[in-house]
Write a new protein. Structure first.
Length: 136
C-alpha cells in the first residue's frame, strides 16, 4: 500500500529561513530610518536658526537704539510662526548667541553636541551638524 503524502506546503526549515531573512532585512531598514529621522531633526534646527536670524535682525532694525532681541517673545513679535514650529526645539540665549537645540538629538547625542547658533548682533548662523561618529 502506497503512503499518501501531500506535496503541498512548506517545511518547517523553509519557513524558519524566511523568518530569519525578513528579520535581518527589518533590522537593516530600521537602522537606515533612524539616521533619516536624525537628519530631519537636524534640518528642523537649521531652518529655525534661519528664522531666528531673520527675526533677530528685524527686531534690531525696528528698535530705535539697536538693542538685540534677548527673549523668545521678542523674536516672536518679528516671526510669529516660531511659536508654532518650536515643539521639541529649544531656544536659549547666552548673552551673545541664540542657541537652538532639539530634545531628541540632545537625548541621543548629549547636550551641546548638536546645536545651531545665531549671533544676536550680526545674525550669522552657525549650522548644526551631527557628530562625526554618528554619520558613519
Amino acid at each position: 500500500m502506497a503512503v499518501l503524502r501531500s506535496k503541498k506546503g512548506f517545511t518547517l526549515i523553509e519557513l524558519l529561513i524566511v523568518v530569519v531573512i525578513v528579520g535581518i532585512l527589518a533590522t537593516v531598514l530600521i537602522s537606515r530610518f533612524s539616521g533619516a529621522k536624525d537628519s530631519a531633526y537636524l534640518a528642523n534646527i537649521n531652518a529655525i536658526a534661519g528664522q531666528v536670524s531673520q527675526a533677530a535682525m528685524a527686531f534690531q532694525a525696528n528698535d530705535i537704539d539697536n538693542t538685540e532681541a534677548s527673549t523668545v517673545a521678542e523674536l516672536q513679535t518679528m516671526a510669529s510662526e516660531l511659536a508654532a514650529e518650536m515643539g521639541q526645539v529649544n531656544l536659549t540665549n547666552d548673552g551673545t548667541n541664540w542657541i537652538i537645540t532639539h530634545d531628541v538629538l540632545d537625548t541621543k547625542y548629549g547636550e551641546d553636541e548638536v546645536q545651531a547658533t545665531v549671533n544676536m548682533e550680526t545674525g550669522v548662523v552657525t549650522a548644526a551638524a551631527l557628530p562625526a561618529a554618528a554619520e558613519e
